[in-house]
Design a protein around this ligand. Structure first.
Ligand SMILES: [Zn+2]
Length: 411
């Protein structure tokens, strides 16, 4: 297959891209097609590496309104409604909703997803379902599963045992929720325990860390210290870290040094955290997000996730990574022209580093032919105008194709 005259990642010069046997085999200014080679004429269109959702919960997805809508919009009503819905969970129910969501995500150009799955269910209903789904979608989606102890590791009966069992059952990543544990000591011990498991079983780590507006919630410093001292470094990710939006500047300055030393990855979920954050504030009201801009300026890797797609915590979401990018750059005031142009990095290359798929990812000769072609010349236009995803190509195969609709203006 030959793709003609695309702007690769906002480059100002057009190039041709050849794909053979599922890999990129040539990227040059002009390539002549072979006889009978399939040619995509993409003159002046934007070519990007595929979108990655760094953080979502596929076990709860598409349950909004069942058994009731979260009319108050608070985290706590979300937990209450989910505990009701959880009682009716079956493997088939989880599989159907997860598959529908993954297909929706694929239709918007996502080819890699990291999903957390609640493992504080002694029956592991959702875990068993998602392990099967991971296998069923592998031809169009790389799905990583995180064992997520939603109700704690030390603060939930048999929490340690359940987490280790989930790891043995085949998750890719080990999670935690230290700010939700009964006390600070439990939070610290939970982090030591889960990092120890990651060393024992050679797994990645992704912790829901300090997802609270409390400036005293300081588990991130513990996790970063563990990343540094164990040498696991960028195999460890801290998700949410919204408390950092409330930390004072002197403490944050000190923390940044440790974060840089540790090489830890960070994931922000701008849609959900702007919705759930600052709920105990009247006015002025905090945004409830981590310091995306400061972290990025300090060279710390930050990627974005959707977190929730139509569930008790967040009623919106369409599986489209342009939504968290749009919200993230607004809420964090990263709206310089070059910041907007480069914001696709939060859901592509930076996310590939978080998921540890960077070696098979990127528009380079010799790498797997995974890419997106948009009906726009650059990411500024794409983000503003939401132009069609013309093609999503996965391992050299077209998995999504869109014919632009024609709008007639009778003015
Ligand atoms: Zn989450």
């Amino acid at each position: 297959m030959l793709i003609k005259q695309v702007y690769i990642e906002n480059n100002s010069v057009k190039q041709d891209v050849r794909i053979e046997n599922g890999q990129f085999t040539a990227i040059e200014a002009q390539i002549e097609p072979y006889e009978n080679e399939e040619v995509i004429d993409a003159d002046g269109k934007l070519l990007l590496p595929p979108f990655i959702d760094s953080h979502v919960h596929l076990d709860a997805t598409l349950t909004a309104g069942d058994p009731e809508w979260n009319e108050s919009g608070t985290l706590f009503d979300g937990i209450r409604i989910w505990s009701e819905r959880k009682k009716t969970l079956t493997k088939q129910d989880v599989k159907e909703r997860a598959l529908a969501t993954l297909k929706k995500q694929a239709s918007h150009g996502i080819q890699f997803v990291r999903s957390h799955v609640d493992t504080t269910d002694p029956n592991f209903t959702a875990l068993e379902a998602l392990l099967e789904v991971r296998d069923e979608v592998k031809d169009f989606m790389t799905l990583q599963l995180v064992a997520f102890p939603q109700e704690g590791i030390l603060s939930f009966p048999r929490g340690k045992e359940l987490l280790e069992q989930a790891v043995k059952d085949g998750v890719d990543v080990i999670g935690g929720i230290p700010h939700f544990e009964f006390n600070r000591d439990y939070g610290v011990e939970s982090l030591r325990y889960l990092v120890g498991l990651a060393e024992k079983y050679d797994k990645l780590v992704d912790v829901h860390c300090d997802e609270i507006d409390d400036p005293q919630s300081r588990n991130l410093e513990v996790l970063a210290t563990l990343a540094y001292e164990t040498g696991l470094g960028d195999r460890i990710t801290a998700s949410h870290t919204t408390a950092m939006g409330s930390y004072n500047d002197a403490y944050t300055y000190k923390l940044m040094r440790l974060l840089k030393l540790s090489d830890i990855n960070m994931v922000s979920n701008p849609l959900v955290n702007i919705h759930l954050g600052g709920r105990f504030d009247t006015y002025p009201k905090r945004r409830g997000l981590t310091r995306i801009q400061d972290l990025t300026a300090n060279g710390i890797n930050v990627s974005f996730g959707e977190d929730d797609i139509k569930d008790p915590w967040y009623p919106m979401g369409d599986g489209n990574m342009l939504d968290p990018v749009h919200m993230g750059i607004h809420a964090e005031q990263m709206m310089g022209y070059s910041q907007i142009m480069n914001s696709y990095e939060f859901v592509t290359n930076k996310a590939a580093k978080t998921l540890h798929v960077a070696d098979q990812y990127g528009i380079e000769v010799g790498k797997a032919a995974n890419c997106l072609i948009f009906n726009a010349a650059n990411f500024y236009d794409e983000l503003n105008e939401r132009k069609e995803l013309l093609y999503s190509i996965h391992n050299g195969k077209i998995i999504v194709e869109t014919k632009p609709a024609v709008t007639k203006l009778n003015l």
